[in-house]
Design a binder for this molecule. Structure first.
Ligand code: HEM
Length: 399
């Protein structure tokens, strides 16, 4: 069977995309020093038990790989455990409400049309540069209140942050070490820039998410300026490249499944299910990391305390114990308990926004382009790290 991954040359490190299942559900990769877990129930057990499987992986990584992260992760929810994590999420929920997201619908649609106007009539479009990258980054920047005139500057920094191969290893090569250092320096620049804006909002509030984050209060407590800046930074980084991947991946899936494409074009109410299946089938963030807080046993395998686990949610989403015919793209799956947005206390804050952007952008694309086929002469390219699955470029023929 030629899988979509084989056809487009996605490398074998994303074994789950090639229909390969390792013999063991839990195994140690001697080269990287990482434990790997790839089963669905095992992954759920980890994500739903933050006391045993900590998100503060930078602590272990810094010690083992001898890297100094400085204050890079202070205030970053992705690296936090309860009780601080619970406090931060409660504060952020005050600012990032379902209404905040729902109110964005007309703006997202207007932006999608505006971006696509620029390529209307073209025989082929490169989806990422035309729409899939632009749309989410503009939405999140506008939401935060970052001035449009400064957008290109930070876009440049973000692109560089994602440029490296991004492989995690407790025995980093010199090249990987250099990439980490460059990434940290760029992230610090981005955070300083946002710190300036957050500071300014304290004195001059505006109608934006940065102001709401600065003003959010729970039990008389507010976020510090650094916490606001770090959080805004996480939103900027997590909030656009992921949705870019979702849009590109979904079009790849529709190209591979013309039957689904035809059904969807005839009945757009299928879109939410297509998006959920895309998140399962080509999971954008395919690996999460956790640190063991004690000796644990998973699927009969003992893992000692203070070890780093690579939780392969992309592979869990292809676990045949949970998903029938996991290598089929099937939007009729019901239920579809994919883990594309994670699970438990760290469940993606931006899931409603990502789903909304996905639905609006895909709907408008299908409406404006009766044909969208992958250009076989310009095959898609992919982000290099196996921790992510997503197109870097995707050229589509429009007739
Ligand atoms: C298709 C798009 C997206 C995917 C696949 C995705 C995936 C994920 C996953 C798997 C996690 C869990 C991390 C963990 O457990 O360690 C997560 C967390 C997070 N996501 Fe997303 N995400 C997407 C879009 C967004 C957007 C649009 C935003 C912001 C606007 C966002 C902001 C966040 C934040 C702040 C967290 C950290 C939550 C916490 O640690 O409590 N994400 N995301």
């Amino acid at each position: 069977m030629t899988t979509l991954a084989t056809k487009w040359g996605l490398d074998e490190s994303r074994f789950w995309l090639h229909g390969n299942t390792p013999d063991e559900i839990v195994w140690l990769d001697e080269a990287s020093g990482l434990w790997n877990v790839h089963g669905h129930p095992e992954t759920l057990a980890i994500l739903e038990d933050p006391a045993t499987y900590s998100s503060n992986t930078a602590r272990l990584y810094a010690a083992e790989a001898d890297v100094d992260f400085g204050d890079a992760f202070d205030g970053n929810p992705v690296q936090m455990d309860p009780p601080f994590h619970s406090k931060l999420r409660r504060l952020v929920n005050r600012a990032f409400t379902p209404k905040t997201v729902a109110d964005l619908e007309p703006r997202i649609a207007a932006l999608a049309h505006e971006l696509l106007d620029a390529v209307a009539g073209d025989d082929r479009i490169e989806l990422v540069s035309a729409l899939a990258y632009q749309l989410p980054v503009i939405v999140i920047a506008e939401l935060l209140g970052v001035p449009a005139s400064e957008r290109d500057m930070f876009k440049g920094w973000v692109e560089k942050i994602y440029d490296g191969d991004g492989e995690v290893s407790l025995n980093p090569t010199e090249e990987q070490r250099r990439e980490i250092e460059e990434g940290l320096a760029l992230a610090a620049k981005l955070r300083d820039y946002l710190r300036g804006h957050a500071e300014e909002r304290r004195h001059t509030p505006r109608e934006d998410l940065l102001t709401q984050l600065v003003e959010a209060e729970v039990d008389g407590q507010r976020l510090t300026t650094t916490e606001v800046a770090t959080f805004a930074n996480v939103l900027l980084l997590a909030g656009h490249i992921t949705t870019t991947m979702l849009l590109g991946n979904t079009l790849l899936c529709l190209d591979a499944e013309p039957g689904v494409d035809a059904r969807l074009r005839a009945d757009r109410s299928l879109l939410p299910a297509v998006i959920e299946e895309s998140l399962r089938y080509l999971t954008p963030i395919s690996t999460l990391y956790r640190a063991t807080m004690g000796d644990v046993e998973i699927a009969g395998q003992r893992i000692p305390k203070d070890r780093l686990i690579a939780v392969r949610i992309g592979a869990a989403n292809r676990d045949e114990r949970v998903f029938e015919r996991p290598d089929m793209f099937d939007p009729d799956r019901s239920p579809n308990p994919h883990l594309g947005f994670g699970r438990g206390i760290h469940f993606c804050i931006g899931a409603p926004l990502a789903r909304l952007e996905g639905r609006i952008a895909l709907d408008i694309l299908l409406e404006r382009f009766p044909v969208l086929r992958v250009d076989e002469d310009n095959p898609p390219t992919f982000l290099p790290t196996a921790d992510m699955t997503g197109v870097k470029t995707l050229t589509l023929l429009t007739r």
